[in-house]
Structures are given as structure tokens and as C-alpha cells.
Design a protein around this ligand. Sequence first.
Ligand SMILES: Nc1ncnc2c1ncn2[C@@H]1O[C@H](COP(=O)(O)OP(=O)(O)OP(=O)(O)O)[C@@H](O)[C@H]1O
Ligand SMILES: [Mg+2]
Ligand SMILES: [Zn+2]
Length: 434
Amino acid sequence: MTYQPLHLKYRPQSFAELVGQRAIATTLTNAITSQRIAPAYLFTGPRGTGKTSSARIFAKSLNCQHGDFPTPTPCGLCNSCTSISKGLSLDVVEIDAASNSGVENIRQIIDRTHIIPVNSRYKVFVLDEVHSLSSQGFQALLKTLEEPPKNVVFILCTTEIHKVPATIISRCQRFDFKRIGVEDMIQHLNQIVNEELIDITPQALRLVAQISSGCLRDSQCLLDQLSLLNITIDQNWVWEMVGNVPEYELLTMVERIAENDSNSIITIIRNLLEWGKEPLIIMQNLTSFYRDMLIAKTSPSSKEMVMLTEDTWQQLCQIAKDWETTTILAGQQHLRQCEVQVKLSTQPQLWLEVAILGLLPAANSTNSSQFIPIAENPPWTNWKTPADAIAWGQQKLPNMSLESLQEHWNSLIPVNGKKAPIWVETVQQLASFR
Ligand SMILES: Nc1ncnc2c1ncn2[C@@H]1O[C@H](COP(=O)(O)OP(=O)(O)OP(=O)(O)O)[C@@H](O)[C@H]1O
Ligand SMILES: [Mg+2]
Ligand SMILES: [Zn+2]
């Protein structure tokens, strides 16, 4: 049998199978049973939440040949249903507006609306990514939406409703697709796991759902990838697959930061790098963890605002109690500022360490009194060449070799066209941990 990706294999075939969009499924089902079909629908919402799937189900519902009327439970077997599923129907046309955005494309579509359906009740035009249409394209569409030929239905799909003109929106029945809730997603993934005999722990499955941030397609793709491992999939494998730093490592890091334990931090960072985590990913993961900690601190009841597992969230809420809000904020800001250095530097690893060590209380309180007040008396006023800067660095870091100082200097990315201020900051930070 040929391999079919899970997200295609498990595309919902009826509104009953649509996950996590109950209000939409009910309304569309009622519209079909009561035969109150609007000429234009607008499906909007985040990616991978069921817009295109719903458009196809709706088209099948309208045209299923199993009975004499439209039905909310299309048979999936008749000519009409199968040809729509395969994208071969002459009466149900799916157009990717992103690659057909011009006015002439829309004119062609409008011409086709006048052709009587071949062997269906309705001609259905699904305009995917409709926000990509040119303004003339929208103009051309507008007239048709206002007075569409009989038995023509438009379904416009978009992830970016703000790019769709209000004149278009107001002529459509609008449906807002929501992110799929974690519990709904887990239930759905569980069915797939049982059917496909995938060996995964309940905790790992929950993690897959949480990582996917409400996008069902992403969760299915991740599960698909994991299933190729052919072993019992646990949480560590999930973290491994997505390339992110495991939450428990981030928790430990934050704890060690609070304890001022620079040795442990360096060990954690080196281990993560050894496992193949990218410096930039480590940096970004820690930055968003600080953001989560800020939420844990300021509104511990808002778990839904973060994408953490329940256990981690509980622990983070405990840890956050001992942190000052200002410290968390300053830390997050510091990490953001350092991100560009990690991103662009030829020595991202060094920068990662400098940035994370800069979060330690030692770097911000006791030792900061030894820092040269840069604004008043910048040490670089007398520097003429990079060698002067490096010589200054050597005074501060007598144990570091000239080559490695030179290397650090070379790896600096100028900020506002200058290297000196960022050099001073780096050297001071390194010096405070020697
Ligand atoms: N609500 C849902 N119920 C069941 N499966 C879903 C749902 N949403 C997405 N899926 C799964 O994800 C796949 C992609 O869904 P679909 O194409 O409908 O998403 P979309 O909202 O159109 O996304 P995009 O904005 O990226 O086009 C489907 O084949 C299906 O497997
Ligand atoms: Mg789509
Ligand atoms: Zn059918």
C-alpha cells in the first residue's frame, strides 16, 4: 500500500468528524438540512484548523448524489463525493488565490459561474488564501458576490482576515475557526494512535498536542514523524524531534540562575550543545520561558496563555514566587538584546554563554558596582585601533590568551555601527565570572 501522510489520511469527511469546531459544524449542518444556502461563505482562522476541509465537506454535502437533497452526511462513495475528494470534480473548483491573484484570474472564475453545473446541484468555488487577491481582483469578485448566479456558492478561506476588504466580508456569511483545544486534540490524536498502532506514552501525546499550538495539521505531522522512530515514544523523543530545549532543562536553568550557580549553567548549556541543540534555539527557548515565567508570576491563573505542560507550569508558578517581576522583565529584555549577537556572530556559543551568565544576580547586583559606569566615562575614548580595545580586555581578563581575546573581538557584531560598547560589556561580564 502506498504511504499516505496522517494529515491527509485523517482529513475529516463529514461535519461530525470535524474536531473542535462545534458551533461551525452545527450551523453549517443546520443550513444544509433546512436548505438555507447562502451564496458566499467566509472561513477564517489560524492555519490547520479545518477551513479547507470544511469547504470540501460543505461542497460534498450540497452535491452528494446518494439522496435527492443536500445532506449533512455525504456518503463519500458516490461519483460526486469521490471526485470532490480527489479534486477532480468539474463543479467544485478549488482555486489557490495566492498563485491566481490577478483580476484576469477572477474574471475567468466569474465566467465559469455562468456555466450550468454538469451533474451537481451546486457549483462551488473555493477560493483558498483569498487575502492574496489584488485589489482589482477583489473589485471584480465583489459584483459577483453581490448577485451570484443561481446555485453558485463561493467559499472564501483565509488565515489573514485583516487583509480582506470590509466590502467583501460584509457580503459573506462569516465563520471564525478557532485553534483546536488541547483536550479535543488529544482525543483525536488518540484515535489515530489506536488505529495506526503507534507506541506513545500519554504524556508524550499530550506534549505533541501542546507543542502544536492549536494547529491540528501540525500535531498530525509531528505524530507522523515520531511514528517512524519505531520505539516507545516518550516526552524526550518529542522534544528531540522538534529541536526544542526540553522544559525540564529550562526549569533547571532558571533555578540555577536564581542560585547564582554559574558552573551548573555552563554545564547545562554545554550538554545541550553536545546534544545538537542550536545556540539560537536555546536562546529563543529561554527567552520565551522568561515570558512564561512573567505570566506565571503576574497571573498564575492564566495557564491558557502559555504552551507549557501542566507539570512544568505548576513548577514554574512555584519558582516565580521567589522572583521579582522587575528581574524577570529585565532578564527577558537582556536576552532579546543578546539574540542578535547569537544569531549573527561567528561564535554563537560564546555569546550564548555570555548572555545567559548575564542573567545571574551576580552580574546584576554585587559585581555591577565594580562595572565602569559606561555612560559617564567610556573606556573607549582613547582607543584608536582594535588592538587598544584588545589590550584593555587583556587587563580585565589577565588569564585569557591574546588569541582568544582577538577571536572574541573578531566575532563581535557592531551595534549601531560600533563594536566598542558591546566589547566593554562582554569583557565585564566575562570578568565577573572568573
Ligand atoms: N478541525 C479539524 N478536525 C479534524 N481534522 C483537522 C481539523 N483541522 C485540521 N485538520 C487536519 O489538518 C489537515 C489540514 O486541515 P485543513 O486543510 O482543513 O486546514 P486549513 O484550516 O485549511 O489550514 P490552512 O490555513 O493552512 O490552509 C486536515 O487534512 C486534517 O487532517
Ligand atoms: Mg486551507
Ligand atoms: Zn455522496
